[in-house]
Design a binder for this molecule. Structure first.
Ligand code: GLY
Length: 262
């Protein structure tokens, strides 16, 4: 089955990005672009067909495409990002996704960032955050329940998005920072991040391996000791913009129109 990955080139204005939990630091844009390109190359090597979108110079956070949509096998849901500066990002994502899925739109007063949504099979965990509210959870339930998904809200704190605190590293194992989200909220095995690496829970599962930031060697060792196949990438410049490996792509299966309408 063909797998696709939407990415968007890093904006030259990334230094003006939204920040919630980090101090602003100078970002080397050239280096950020190179690191992002390396990330895209790894997705390509992993067999993904890349839909590389052009830079949006006026939208500093626009390379973090994960926040703009949720793509399920049956439908795609266009979000309504919690940060006002990020709302214009959704327009072009609607266009890009419309040939692939029937689109549903999150509506005011709901706000939703894709980074707050962790899907494990038919379970959809939605972190309640500065960016994502309970109206979004209700709207997601209405959109997804008919397709057999269960949508649950998850309280968490200390970081920007739910997926800063917890991600999936195999079919049924999570990588988690227990200081930010309670592992008992999920009914799965888990590996915890090393205490000294609080931001280390964001990993991107790509079927054959987990793509993981090189910045967290202690947690990386824990992953490898747990038998997880890992490939590392340096995204140090995007990390200064509170970005991480899941944020930089929207990954989904190609499903033909006939199959979708069955
Ligand atoms: N800078 C990433 C975000 O705040 O959405």
């Amino acid at each position: 089955m063909q797998r696709l990955a939407i990415t968007r080139m890093v904006s030259r204005s990334i230094e003006h990005c939204e920040l919630l939990h980090l101090q602003r630091q100078s970002i080397d844009v050239k280096k950020a672009i190179e690191q992002h390109k390396h990330y895209e190359d790894i997705l390509g090597e992993a067999g993904f067909c890349l839909l590389r979108l052009p830079e949006l110079p006026q939208l500093p956070d626009s390379c973090f495409v994960e926040d703009t949509a949720l793509v399920f096998n049956e439908i795609a849901i266009i979000t309504r990002p919690g940060a006002l500066s990020r709302r214009p990002e959704i327009e072009s994502i609607k266009e890009v996704l419309s040939p692939y899925r029937r689109l549903f739109l999150i509506q005011a007063p709901a706000t939703l960032d894709g980074g707050d949504v962790l899907s494990v099979g038919k379970q959809v965990y939605v972190g309640l955050s500065n960016r994502t509210n309970r109206h979004a959870v209700s709207q997601l339930q209405k959109m997804l329940n008919p397709f057999g998904y269960t949508v649950l809200s998850i309280p968490f704190g200390g970081c920007l998005h739910l997926k800063t605190a917890v991600t999936l590293i195999s079919g049924n194992i999570l990588l988690i920072n227990p200081d930010w989200v309670n592992p008992a909220a999920f009914h799965f095995d888990h590996v915890t991040v090393d205490k000294s690496e609080p931001f280390a829970a964001n990993a991107l599962l790509l079927n054959e391996f987990v793509l993981y930031p090189s910045a967290y060697p202690k947690t990386l060792k824990k992953l490898r000791d747990a038998g997880i196949k890992v490939r590392t990438v340096d995204l140090s410049e995007l990390a200064k913009a509170e970005g991480a490996v899941t944020c930089c792509s929207l990954i989904f299966q190609f499903i033909g129109e006939k199959e979708r309408n069955r």
